[in-house]
Design a protein around this ligand. Structure first.
Ligand code: SF4
Length: 373
C-alpha cells in the first residue's frame, strides 16, 4: 500500500496554487495533529495494520513543521503501519524552510528522497509565481541537502510562464542539470480556477500553443541528452531513480491518503477527506462517519487505466486492457489509432501502446478520445 500524508500549512499562497494549505497557527496545528493521530490509528486498524511500500509526505509545505512535530507524526506512523517493506520515503520541501537547524532532523526521520520546490532558477519567474525564495537560495539549499547526505533529490520546475521561449527554458534547465539531481519534475503552468493567477491572467502574455510545444520538446530532449530518462509526461530521472510512489499510483496500486483533503483509493473504494482542518478533525473524532465514499465502477476503472498508463512512457498494456474489458483495444479504436500513427503521435511495441513525445504534448486530447462513454 502507498501512503500519502498531507501537511496543510504554507507560509503564504503561491499565485498558481489551489492545493489545500493555510498559514500555520499553534491552535490550528494542534487541531490538525489531533485529527491526524486519530486518522492514523483508525485507518491502520481498518486495514489490519498494512505493510507500506512507500510514503510521500506532501502538502502544503511539510518542512514548515518543527522537526519535533514531524518526529511525532513519524512515530505514530511507525507504531501503526508496517515499514518493513518500505523502500522510499519522500518529503516535499520548499527552499525557504530548510536550514541548518532542521535539515539533520529531517534526515533522521528516515527520509530517503527529497522533492525540492525550486520551480525556476530565474528570480523574475519566481516572483511571478509568488514563491518566497530566490534562485540562489534554492541552489544553496540543494547543496545543503547534498552535504547532509541526501542522495535522491527531485527538483520541481514549472514552465510555460509569460515570456518563456525554448531558449529561456533551456537556459534554466542547463543550470539545473549542472546541479546533477537524480530526478526532475517539469510541469507546464496551468491556470487553476480559484488561484490568484486565474484572477489576474488577462494581465499577462502567455506563450502560444506552438511555443509551448517547442519548449516541451526541446526541454525533454535536453534532459534525455543529459542522461535523464523520461518515464512520464512531466517526469525524468536517472536510471534507478524513478519515483516508486508515483509509479505505484500510475499502476493503480492501493493508496491511503491521510490528512485534510487527502484522497484514498483502496480496491474499488475511493474517498476524499474534508479540505478544512476543523471539519477533518471532527470527522476523525466521529470515526470517519459522514465521509463520502465512492465505488469505482468498471467504466471508471477502464478510463483510469487508459488515462494513467498513457501518461507514462511504458504505455497501455494491451493484455491488461483485454483482461479488464474482454476487448481488443487496437480493434476497438482502429481508425483513431491509424490516424495517430500516421501523425506520429502514437507507437506500439512489446504489447504496449504509448504516446510519442509529440503525442504527450497533446495527451489530454488524445486520452479523451479513447475514453469509454
Ligand atoms: S508552497 Fe506548494 S502547496 Fe504551498 S502554496 Fe506554494 S505551491 Fe501551494
Amino acid at each position: 500500500m502507498l501512503l500519502y500524508i498531507h501537511i496543510p500549512f504554507c507560509k503564504q499562497k503561491c499565485h498558481y496554487c489551489t492545493f489545500f494549505s493555510v498559514p500555520i497557527f499553534p491552535e490550528l496545528l494542534e487541531i490538525y495533529l489531533q485529527g491526524l493521530k486519530k486518522e492514523i490509528i483508525l485507518r491502520a486498524k481498518e486495514f489490519n495494520y498494512p505493510s507500506i511500500s512507500s510514503v510521500y509526505v506532501g502538502g502544503g509545505t511539510p518542512t514548515l513543521l518543527p522537526p519535533s512535530v514531524l518526529e511525532k507524526i513519524f512515530n505514530w506512523l511507525h507504531k501503526n503501519f508496517s515499514f518493513r517493506e518500505c523502500v522510499e520515503v519522500t518529503i516535499e520541501a520548499n527552499p525557504e524552510t530548510i536550514n541548518g537547524k532542521n535539515i539533520f532532523a529531517v534526515k533522521n526521520l528516515g527520509i530517503t528522497r527529497v522533492s525540492l520546490g525550486v520551480q525556476s532558477l530565474n528570480d523574475a519567474d519566481l516572483k511571478f509565481l509568488g514563491r518566497r525564495h530566490t534562485a540562489r537560495e534554492a541552489i544553496s539549499v540543494y547543496y545543503m541537502l547534498r552535504d547532509a547526505g541526501f542522495n535522491n533529490i527531485n527538483l520541481d520546475f514549472i514552465w510555460g510562464l509569460p515570456g518563456h521561449t525554448p531558449g529561456r527554458w533551456i537556459k534554466t534547465l542547463k543550470k539545473a542539470i549542472k546541479l546533477k539531481p537524480e530526478h526532475f519534475s517539469c510541469y507546464a503552468l496551468t491556470i487553476e480556477p480559484g488561484s490568484r493567477l486565474a484572477r489576474n491572467k488577462d494581465k499577462f502574455n502567455f506563450p502560444d500553443e506552438d511555443m509551448l510545444g517547442q519548449i516541451y520538446v526541446y526541454g525533454a530532449e535536453l534532459l534525455n541528452a543529459a542522461g535523464y530518462l523520461q518515464y512520464e509526461i512531466s517526469n525524468f530521472a536517472r536510471m534507478g531513480y524513478f519515483c516508486l510512489h508515483n509509479q505505484g499510483y500510475w499502476e493503480k496500486q492501493d493508496f491511503l491518503g491521510l490528512g485534510p483533503s487527502a484522497v484514498s483509493t483502496i480496491g474499488d473504494r475511493r474517498w476524499q477527506n474534508p479540505a478544512n482542518i476543523k471539519d477533518y478533525q471532527q470527522m476523525t473524532a466521529r470515526k470517519m462517519q459522514g465521509l463520502d465514499y465512492e465505488t469505482l465502477d468498471k467504466k471508471k476503472k477502464i478510463n483510469e487505466l487508459i488515462m494513467l498508463s498513457l501518461r507514462t512512457t511504458r504505455g497501455l498494456n494491451l493484455k491488461t486492457y483485454r483482461k479488464m474489458t474482454g476487448k481488443d483495444f487496437l480493434e476497438e479504436h482502429a481508425r483513431l489509432i491509424q490516424l495517430l500513427y500516421k501523425n506520429k503521435l502514437l507507437k506500439a511495441s512489446n504489447g504496449h501502446l504509448r504516446l510519442t513525445r509529440t503525442g504527450m504534448l497533446v495527451s489530454n486530447t488524445i486520452i479523451e478520445r479513447f475514453m469509454v462513454d
